[in-house]
Design a protein around this ligand. Structure first.
Ligand code: DC
Length: 227
């Protein structure tokens, strides 16, 4: 692999729990690039709205919040399983962004055009510096259409729900597979049918189906694209 062949901006999109973050982090670590999971920004706004008792369905109030709050995403400062730190006004809210109430509401706020405009602006500023692996739903289509390499990582809803279920059980939690599957299907529906920046593969994306291959193999196949 010669450095000149390395893509500087790598965009990874795909549905919830398709393995985008695991893949993105592995590539970023291998290349010494910044790993930036844009979903945490939508999660941070959702958490803040809930925390401030702002009605999630009040589009103007949530948009105002997104336009005025500073979210920082920084390399992980602790080895507690986090991929990066998420900070809002200096407070570490990394694990708060993973709360079930955030999961349940984040698709609603990420469908708001004003919220997307505010967060897309921040994401572009970081992405355009290069040497970045950016993960989300609309990176290759809207945030960084100029990305050098675009991956669309897919898997069936059943397979993704199974992975989520295993993650929760491994962490010592309890969950019902059928509830997780229902939530995955509902989030897919909202993410892919919204008017602004719906989830879809960019025309020039490499589409990878991860149903029957593990994370190491997905990583190997992506690295082979520019080896
Ligand atoms: O990847 P995730 O589960 O952390 O994403 C959380 C939510 O944010 C999900 O409903 C999709 C949305 N999202 C988005 O609309 N655009 C992005 N670039 C990233 C995430």
């Amino acid at each position: 692999m010669t450095p000149s062949k390395l893509p500087s901006i790598i965009a990874i999109d795909g549905p919830a729990a398709s393995g985008k973050s695991t893949l993105g982090l592995s590539i970023a670590n291998a290349l010494g690039y910044l790993f930036f999971d844009t979903g945490v920004m939508y999660r941070a706004i959702t958490w803040l709205a809930l925390n401030r008792d702002i009605d999630i369905h009040d589009e103007s109030a949530v948009t105002l919040l997104a336009e005025n709050v500073q979210i920082d995403v920084a390399p992980a400062s602790k080895s507690d399983g986090r991929a990066c730190d998420v900070l809002i006004e200096g407070r570490d809210i990394t694990w708060e962004t993973r709360l079930p109430e955030v999961d349940a509401n984040v698709s609603v706020i990420s469908a708001y055009a004003g919220v997307r405009a505010a967060l897309t602006r921040q994401q572009r500023r970081i992405g355009q510096r290069g040497r970045v692996v950016m993960v989300g739903r609309d990176i290759g289509t809207v945030v960084l259409p100029e990305a050098d390499l675009k991956i669309y990582l897919d898997a069936t809803a059943e397979e993704r729900a199974r992975r989520r279920y295993n993650e929760i059980v491994t962490r010592g939690g309890t969950a019902e597979y059928k509830d997780i599957l229902a939530k995955v299907i509902e989030r897919d529906r909202i993410d892919s049918t919204r008017d602004v920046a719906p989830l879809k593969a960019a025309k020039d994306a490499v589409v990878l189906d991860s149903n029957n291959i593990n994370a190491e193999e997905v990583f190997r196949r992506v690295m082979a694209l520019f080896a």
